[in-house]
Design a binder for this molecule. Structure first.
Ligand SMILES: Cc1ncc(COP(=O)(O)O)c(C=O)c1O
Length: 443
């Protein structure tokens, strides 16, 4: 067994025991598929700032940052203080509440395209409601999404997510759903438009992440998103931008403002929940109003979208508001974390280039991911056919020997709790791993 795997096992003895208990109560030992990695994941019992602490007493500098949701780091003081006060006043009213209006108005001020919105508890719900609204608005059925695009585990959009993308996503999902979803090759406008032409008569919407996140941290090429928008507008279909990762990550005003895109609807989640569960579908008033239960009394005319028990709960609303208020007051956050991202991308690319490991480090702003064995990475196929085994090994070696945590093979994100010394440590650790030769051994 290689040393770094042995090191990992040596320092995570309690986690190993916990994993064997977890495997008896959870399928695969986890409650979200991506949280498993070989040989077994470490179990966390506290987190603060940029650090995760596991049950064996190890500390890791965290680049996973709660599925990229924690832009201010773990338990930032402004959010903790606001939550402490809120919890004394109740956690779940199950009624309308004032802080939800405040959060919605704050989002609307920052992103005026959110003329109206609906809060849910997860991003998976928000995207499901977005495409339902699009179908209601257009009277059409087909949804176009990117090959490899990830919009959560809802049944409608759980299509062409995992490689090989053409294959079914597995038993339990009926084929009927898939027949109304078409996939577009991300960043290939010509080929995407060809696919769209074939479905245009029944095309309700195009839903797209402005930067492919789960599929591998891939920014859009010049003109790609604009081209999709133009097609949707001309065709009377809707453009839905899934900003669950990029919203408040790339800028206070979202990727739509960075790339000058004007979606009809967009979805938010992660950061705007301040570390608590959230999803939001927002957009044009005339479309969102289709779900208005007050003015549309006739059930057949109204688009049925949630909420649920926990939607707009005061704890999430408070954490989200504290986070956005912090970001509004501290506009330098983005320049700082984007600079860290830029340093990491440049530094890693240089290290791997020097020892002639072919790779690309993709990303923008504060997010980044290394892809081994590739000269060009523009879509989910390029990522899926890169050397993921090598990437998993690199990430596990960072964890085992250097106390640095990336969820293996997933993109990393900087938070305001990180600083330039963290980038230096990441680069030093990477150099040591390269020198140890483990990236040269076969997977
Ligand atoms: C772009 C995108 N959309 C939707 C989702 C689903 O959000 P949630 O995990 O909150 O259901 C995710 C989650 O990672 C995501 O990255």
């Amino acid at each position: 067994m290689r040393d770094y795997v042995k090191n990992y096992e040596r320092k995570t003895i309690k986690s190993k025991r916990l994993y064997s208990r977890a495997a008896k109560v959870f399928p695969g030992g986890i409650s979200h598929n991506i949280r498993y990695f070989e040989p077994y994941p470490f179990f966390v019992n506290s987190a603060k700032g940029k650090a995760l602490h596991d049950v064996d007493g190890n500390q890791y500098t965290d680049y996973w940052m709660g599925h990229w949701a924690l832009i201010l780091g773990h338990s930032p003081r402004s959010v903790v203080n606001a939550l402490a006060a809120q919890i004394q006043n109740g956690t779940l009213y199950g009624t309308v509440n004032d802080v939800s209006v405040e959060l919605a108005e704050t989002i609307q001020n920052l992103m005026p395209r959110a003329e109206m919105m609906r809060f849910s508890t997860t991003g998976s719900e928000a995207t499901m409601y977005a495409v339902r609204l699009a179908r209601a608005r257009t009277g059409k059925r087909v949804i176009a999404k990117a090959l490899g695009g990830w919009h959560g585990f809802n049944t409608t959009l759980m299509q062409t997510v995992n490689y090989p993308f053409e294959a079914e996503e597995g038993p339990g999902l009926v084929q009927d759903e898939g027949q109304y979803v078409e996939s577009l090759p991300f960043n290939n406008l010509e080929a995407s438009l060809k696919v769209l032409e074939t479905i245009k008569d029944d095309l309700a919407c195009i839903i797209i992440e402005p930067v492919l996140g789960g599929a591998g941290c891939i920014p859009p090429t010049e003109g790609y998103l604009k081209g999709l928008q133009e097609f949707a507008n001309k065709n009377g279909s809707l453009l839905i931008l899934d900003e669950i990762v990029t919203g408040f990550r790339l800028s206070l005003h979202g990727a739509a403002s960075v790339f000058r895109i004007e979606p009809d609807l967009f979805t938010l989640g992660k950061i705007c929940g301040g570390g608590m569960p959230i999803g939001i579908v927002c957009g044009k008033k005339e479309i969102m109003s289709l779900a208005d239960p007050v003015s549309i009394r006739d059930k057949e005319a109204r688009c049925a979208i949630g909420g649920g028990t926990f939607s707009a709960n005061p704890v999430t609303m408070t954490a989200g508001l504290a986070t956005l208020n912090f970001l509004k007051k501290n506009k330098g956050v983005y320049a700082e974390i984007d600079n860290l991202g830029c340093m990491a991308r440049k530094g890693l690319s240089k290290i791997f280039a020097e020892i002639k490991i072919p790779c690309q480090v993709t990303g923008l702003g504060s997010i980044f991911l290394t892809h081994f064995g590739k000269e060009v990475v523009q879509d989910a196929n390029d990522v899926a056919t890169s050397d993921k085994g090598l990437l998993a090994r690199y990430h596990l070696a960072l964890m085992a020997d250097h106390g640095i945590f990336f969820l293996p093979t997933k993109m990393g994100a900087f938070s305001f709790a990180h600083n330039v010394n963290d980038v230096r440590r990441l680069l030093e650790a990477t150099e040591k791993i390269v020198q140890s030769g483990i990236l040269k051994q076969s997977s």
